[in-house]
Design a binder for this molecule. Structure first.
Ligand code: FES
Length: 503
């Protein structure tokens, strides 16, 4: 029983990847990859297999970011629906997106077969169901556009879960797996091929001179011909902080009193939607149920978990909620991810972000596209997902809304500090924004009563952070930067920690 923690089901009991660092790190690597999630490790393995010498650097450990917090659905239909893609980009593009999803799923399966990876992979049917007239109309459009795009999907009499529905459709040959077992196995293969993996090392800076990138990481610096940011949005201030909105999604792993565990994958169409599946870990089945997504720093994470638990109890006989966790993903302005060369940056700098809730698929696809770009191999999807694409019109209204929101936080949060009589008023493990002698501070009292005060101005672009009570972190509502209670960066794009204020 793991209640009151926010550890994901995947992290429990998964042995960390032990990495070897080659004797000489003074060499010039072919490619340096920042981020050891599914995107970074897939890219690294493909390049290393092709004969390159790569270095992967992660601020924590392999899969410790969003890859370790995903619910690990492997779908060829995406959060940007086929009717939306068809209407914004045309039928041919919708088909190409569908084909690229199939390619990503095939690549995952190829790796699993080639390296005999024991990661609980299973093909599953996926149900999408409507509960209102409006959703039913949308679902019929999704059915038609998905078929037009070449996806195998049929109307179905069941939705796979005990939630009343109007109509359901069934996508054939979708999948699920244990994301950390998978990515850890890929990392092992990368290291076996001579790849270098440096964990628990934060990349502070990078520069480019004489066709070589120099990456400052921890106390060391490393050189590489190519540089890949597999960190969602690239660090620092780039257009992609404004073209992608950060969201948090919440997940529970639940034991049931009966055996009503879903046999497939299921999704409702509410906004935000709920998703369901089953995973067995060490002989114990868990219902994995997720949803309650919201923009990072914009709603109460504690309430999001409560809502999700109430939802689980409404439809299932819950024995216990054993794990609960949340993770961050990024919604791109026009619905499609940005994968490829980072525009406006030094030559041979690559990025991958805007995966929406489909990170396992687009992370894998990113590995293929970026490795092909670096190796000079033609990739039919490179143009479609290029970060330089000029297609802002498709999601323009959403783009304006997201940016208006950011602008509001730039100004409004600066005046919302709460006056505290004294730190005695703070509860253990509580964080608040407060005025201390006229200076605004992010104040946290730990379980032992020690109070830490930080400058609450996010070191990325100056928004004010807010406290995340569920995960005890300071989250930035503008571009999703996150800091621990000591001020250390845990999620970019900020590179510098929050500064301490002496009390
Ligand atoms: Fe951009 Fe904080 S993450 S201002």
């Amino acid at each position: 029983m793991k209640m009151e923690t926010t550890e994901s089901l995947w992290r429990s009991g998964t042995p960390p990847v032990m990495a070897d660092i080659p004797e000489s790190l003074s060499r010039v690597f072919d490619t340096i990859i920042v981020g050891a999630g599914i995107t970074g490790i897939t890219t690294a393995l493909l390049l290393q297999k092709a004969g390159q010498q790569c270095l992967v650097i992660d601020a924590e450990t392999v899969g410790s970011g969003t890859t370790g917090g995903t619910s690990a659905h492997l779908n060829t239909f995406f959060d940007a629906t086929y009717p939306e893609i068809e209407s914004d980009f045309g039928k041919d593009t919708a088909k190409q997106v569908a084909d690229s999803g199939k390619e990503a799923l095939s690549l995952i399966k190829e790796f699993i077969d080639q390296y005999h990876i024991d990661c609980d992979f299973e093909y599953k049917g996926a149900y999408l169901f409507s509960e209102t007239e409006k959703e039913t109309k949308q679902l019929i459009e999704i059915l038609e556009a998905s078929r037009n795009a070449g996806i195998e999907v049929v109307e179905y009499q069941d939705n796979g879960v005990p939630v009343p529905f109007q109509i359901a459709i069934h996508f054939i040959d979708q999948g699920q797996f244990h994301p950390l077992k998978y990515v850890a196995a890929l990392a092992d293969e990368f290291v076996n091929l001579g790849g270098a993996l440096l964990e628990n090392t934060f990349v502070n800076n990078s520069s480019y001179e004489n066709d070589v990138h120099t990456v400052e990481a921890g106390q060391s610096s490393f050189k590489g011909i190519n540089l890949v940011y597999a960190t969602h949005v690239p660090p620092g201030i780039t257009p992609f902080s404004f073209r992608c909105a950060p969201y948090r999604s919440y997940v529970l792993a639940v034991k049931l009193k009966n055996d009503a565990y879903p046999t497939g994958l299921a999704y409702d169409m509410q906004e935000p939607y709920h998703y369901f599946r089953t995973h067995e870990i060490r002989g114990q089945k868990y219902l994995i149920i997720g949803g309650e997504d919201h923009k990072t720093g914009h709603e109460d994470p504690v309430q999001a978990f409560k809502n999700l638990e109430a939802y689980a109890h409404k439809y299932y006989r819950v024995e216990s909620v054993d794990y609960k966790w949340s993770s961050q993903y990024y919604i791109p302005v026009d619905g499609l991810p940005y994968i490829g060369e980072l525009p406006g940056a030094a030559d041979k700098t690559y990025m991958a972000t805007g995966f929406n809730g489909n990170g396992m698929m687009f992370g894998t696809l990113s590995g293929k596209i970026i490795s092909d770009l670096i190796l000079g191999v033609e990739n039919q999807n490179a143009e479609l997902y290029s970060p330089s694409r000029m297609k802002p019109i498709a999601g323009f209204s959403e783009f304006v809304k997201e940016n208006a929101d950011v602008a509001w936080h730039f100004v409004a949060d600066r005046f919302s500090a709460e006056e505290l009589e004294s730190f005695a008023d703070l509860q253990p493990e509580q964080g608040v924004l407060a005025e201390i002698n006229g200076t605004k501070a992010a104040v946290y009292k730990d379980a032992g009563g020690t109070v830490t005060a930080l400058n609450p101005t996010c070191t990325h672009a100056g928004c004010t952070v807010v406290f995340n009570d569920a995960e005890k972190s300071w989250d930035c509502p503008c571009h999703g930067g996150r800091f621990d209670t000591s001020g250390k960066v845990i999620t970019g794009p900020p590179r510098a920690d929050l500064l301490k204020i002496s009390l």
